[in-house]
Design a protein around this ligand. Structure first.
Ligand code: ZN
Ligand code: ZN
Ligand code: ZN
Length: 380
């Protein structure tokens, strides 16, 4: 038993050590002297430490050469050392309630000319760091961290598969929850419960968009009562215990929807399939967007597809790469992202089909496998 625990810690450590070294290498190539990372997905990715962003400064100080150091408030030391940080052997600099942690960080980086700050760092901390290091040029750390996060390793792909299976299990129950006379909010509450029951530790979003609400891509839930004939867009996701996220959309209809809607939905299915079939290493993100968009455009629905085709996913629901016109980034095996075309007709209805896919050596793998066609709920 103890032996097993030691082995798993050893594996974790080597992953984090390699990630820290890769960021240091990228920082050196970019002419960055140090990377500062406060609690959030970047810190979790680099160290395994899942810390909550708070007013007290917790910060990974990663010089481009030399040993990384964690600056941690005294009262968070136990939590930090219980995380993989404890076994990584990072130097821990703790600070007391009356100390100035920003000056502590500045003191660790004498003469640093360019420092990179994680993309989600609070403005208040950014500005205090600027005041403490007036000669250092501040840049965002995204360019040296996100290229790594975007390319998922085997363990991350396995984590996304698990998350995908968990959200599929929730979609499998949705037809049983949709009934005329229920409100979107009631259905949404039942779905949220099932997202947790399926193994997620948090519900990140629940969209139940019935009838005309379906025309708003980010509608959440409302007190609208579901009526016979309504299409219902259900887009749901959560985070698993390891931090990896799920995100999947299926569109349902409560009773028979309008005939024109069915026709459009068949076009949408072809569009979603066309984007997926275009996935291969070397293909640009914008080409994946165009593959599906052109199917909708050819059917006269181009103006109704009002958002990008997709977003990367991992420790965050929305991260790089973005599948959007203008993004010439070329796909590589291990990149994970959503393919989620839709159509949105204001005042009437909307539709979306969304899978999380992973670029493989010769195509794609979908982590979601629920049927993609319109799921019609029988009404008596
Ligand atoms: Zn979205
Ligand atoms: Zn979604
Ligand atoms: Zn999505």
């Amino acid at each position: 038993m103890a032996y097993g625990v030691m082995v798993s810690l050893h594996v974790d450590e080597s992953i984090y050590r390699a990630r820290l070294q890769a960021v240091q290498q990228a920082a050196r190539s970019a002419g960055i002297d140090a990377v500062l990372v406060t609690p959030g997905p970047d810190l979790r990715y680099l160290t395994g430490y899942e810390a909550v962003p708070l007013e007290r400064l917790t910060c990974l100080v990663l010089p481009s050469s030399g040993d990384p150091v964690m600056v941690v408030p005294n009262l968070e030391v136990l939590a930090a050392t219980a995380s993989p940080i404890g076994s990584l052997g990072l130097g821990l600099h703790s600070w007391g309630e009356t100390d100035d942690p920003v000056r502590l960080v500045a003191g660790l980086l004498p003469g640093a000319a360019t420092i990179a700050l994680d993309d989600h760092m609070w403005a208040e901390k950014v500005l205090r760091l600027r005041a403490a290091m007036p000669d250092a040029h501040q840049v965002t750390a995204g360019p040296v961290i996100h290229p790594l996060r975007m390319r998922k390793d085997a363990a991350e792909i396995a984590a996304l598969r698990k998350a995908g299976a968990a959200i599929d299990a929730v979609h499998a129950e949705v037809t049983g929850l949709l009934r005329p006379g229920r409100t979107e909010r009631e259905v949404g509450r039942d779905i949220a419960e099932r997202i947790l029951a399926a193994g997620h530790v948090s519900v990140n979003f629940v969209i139940v968009a019935s009838g005309p609400n379906g025309a708003s891509p980010h509608h959440e839930v409302s007190d609208r009562v579901i009526e016979i004939g309504d299409p219902v867009v259900v887009d749901i996701g959560g985070s698993m215990p390891d931090g990896y996220c799920s995100d999947s959309t299926r569109t349902y209809a409560v009773g028979e929807p309008p005939a024109a809607y069915r026709e459009w939905f068949e076009v949408l299915e072809r569009a979603q399939r066309a984007s997926c079939d275009a996935i291969a290493p070397g293909v640009t993100c914008e080409a994946i967007d165009e593959a599906g968009r052109s199917v909708l455009r050819d059917a006269g629905l181009g103006d109704l597809f009002i958002h990008r085709t997709g977003h990367g996913i991992g420790l965050e629901t929305h991260e790089e790469p973005y599948i959007v016109s203008g993004n010439a980034l070329r796909l590589e095996p291990g990149m994970a992202f959503s393919v989620e075309p839709g159509f949105y007709e204001t005042g009437r209805y909307g539709a979306r089909i969304e899978d999380i896919v992973i670029c493989t050596d010769d195509g794609f793998e979908s982590v979601n496998s629920r049927p993609r066609g319109l799921a019609v709920v029988e009404v008596a």
